[in-house]
Write a new protein. Structure first.
Length: 323
């Protein structure tokens, strides 16, 4: 059972009880409106509930005009759908079309247009949607622990990827299916969604630390995919490939650190200097392979620049606020 279901049940019960105590007819209608008002984040709750409320008011007034002109006939409901829905969309309240329909159909079922009828529907809206908003604002699931877990998973997958790269460079005949790259992509996407939800639940001064982290990993994964193309061209074992393999072995340890260590960057700079002092290739085949290795180092340098710019531990404050 998801927590949203629990919140929906609580909001439904509260709204029905309030409508019953106030003495409104059909208090279960307030419960239905509460069900439509429960959302997954606080900011989305404010947006959607306000849109549903104002859409319902627009639809209610428009429908009352239709009922006053043409009476309570089923074909009048078709007119409401035909012209009322576009009107609600035009007023930028399209998220409230369903809520508006619930209110209008209740008025149609009563068969009476009066100030009392309109006020009753407004009261049901306030109670139903208001109960949903109160429940949404009081508590939202905290995603800090989930994002920490996803971060550890992504870091671990990156470490495995770099180990596999090192093995491939040392032994071009080594076969690797690259499944960790696919898993890392899925984990990064999951983490990005969780980070967005967490930020939408922070009403004041939202912290973007998690968003920055998962965006960084997404950029780095793109560079890893480019590296894979370069590695595919290293089809023969060369001393230079062994030297680059040492970089990726070091990186497999550095990637799990919360802070950017810079160790791989220092090794890469030293290796690039050594490359300049090496003898030139003697065959075309060796030239092509060493060229691919050099391009691989360039991609690795870009990868490290992203980490150097963005990698940082998640602030303790955010850990507390998000769980």
């Amino acid at each position: 059972m998801g927590f949203r279901v629990v919140k929906t049940a609580i909001a439904t019960l509260i709204s029905i009880q309030i409508a019953y105590i106030v003495g409104l007819p059909s208090p279960q209608s307030a419960g239905l409106l509460a069900i439509l008002g429960v959302e997954v984040t606080r900011k989305r709750s404010l947006r959607t509930i306000s849109a549903r409320f104002f859409a319902s008011i627009v639809g209610l007034l428009f429908a009352c005009g239709l009922f006053a002109l043409f009476g309570f006939h089923y074909w009048v409901l078709a007119l409401f759908v035909l012209f009322g829905f576009p009107l609600i969309v035009k007023t930028s309240f399209k998220e409230g079309i369903v809520t508006s329909s619930v209110v209008v159909f209740r008025v149609f079922g009563g068969g009476v247009i009066s100030l009392h009828t309109i006020l009753t529907q407004v009261e049901l809206l306030v109670i139903g949607l208001g109960s949903a908003m109160v429940v949404n604002m009081i508590y939202m699931p905290k995603g800090g622990e989930q994002m920490i877990e996803i971060r550890h998973k992504v870091d671990g997958l990156f470490a495995v990827i770099f180990n596999r790269v090192a093995l491939t460079l040392r032994d071009p005949s080594y076969v690797w299916d690259g499944s960790e790259i696919i898993e890392a992509g899925k984990a990064i996407k999951e983490g990005s969604l969780a980070a967005n939800r967490a930020m939408e639940n922070q009403m004041v001064h939202p912290d973007q630390a998690w968003n920055i982290y998962f965006y960084m990993r997404k950029e780095q994964l793109d560079f890893i995919l480019v590296m894979m193309q370069r590695i595919a061209d290293v089809f023969q074992k060369l001393p230079q490939a062994d030297l680059v393999a040492e970089l990726f072995e070091q990186l497999s340890h550095d990637v799990t650190e919360e802070m950017y260590t810079g160790r791989t960057e220092v090794l890469l700079e030293a290796l690039e200097q050594d490359f300049k002092e090496m003898d030139l290739p003697t065959t075309r085949e060796e030239f092509e392979i060493r060229s691919s290795i050099l391009q691989l180092c360039r991609e690795l340098s870009l990868y490290l620049k992203i980490a150097k710019k963005n990698k940082a531990p998640v602030p303790d404050k955010l850990r507390v606020e998000t769980g």
